[in-house]
Ligand binder design. Structure first.
Ligand SMILES: [Zn+2]
Length: 168
């Protein structure tokens, strides 16, 4: 049975919420969001980006667990689902997965909204994607994972590249 797409499950409530089930979302301009980071000095910015990553890893994990339950898949089934899915319906760009080994996943992201919102930077800015990949990697590996952004389009690269590895 085909599952309804995320965008078809979004509901605009009468009291001004946007929800999928119990989860509430927010639509915000990319420049409004990323302007927060632009206004911080570099050390504060790195701290805030890392906190954003950890927050997404924690809360995104709950969404991903719910998604696995909805799809009725285990970690490997979830990888297959993610790696064959189209562009992010949450607006987080187009993620391309490769799997060099059982314990390593590489993800190339085109059109990151976080790059779009900040323009250029001297360091990676897509920490929410790294956080989501930390959550996703943990579920695929059925343990824990480390995800980091190796190169970011904000630094002048064509795409953003992430490495996700099983953590000890
Ligand atoms: Zn990036």
């Amino acid at each position: 049975v085909a599952q309804p797409a995320f965008r078809d499950r979004l509901e605009w409530s009468a009291d001004g919420g946007i929800e999928v089930g119990d989860i509430r979302y927010l639509i915000i301009r990319t420049d409004s969001l990323m302007g927060l980071f632009s206004r911080l000095d570099e050390e504060q910015r790195r701290t805030a980006l890392e906190a954003f990553s950890q927050s997404v890893a924690e809360h995104g994990r709950n969404s991903m667990i719910a998604e696995m339950r909805r799809l009725n898949v285990d970690g490997e089934g979830f990888y297959w689902h993610l790696s064959t899915a189209g562009p992010s319906q949450l607006g987080w760009g187009h993620w391309h997965y490769t799997r060099p080994s059982a314990d390593r996943i590489e993800v190339e992201v085109d059109n990151s909204p976080f790059v779009h919102g900040i323009g250029s930077a001297t360091h990676p800015v897509c920490s929410p994607i790294a956080g989501m990949l930390t959550a996703i990697g943990g579920l695929i590996f059925n343990g824990s994972a480390d995800a980091r952004e190796e190169s970011c389009a904000a630094m002048g690269n064509a795409t953003c590249k992430f490495v996700v590895q099983r953590a000890a």
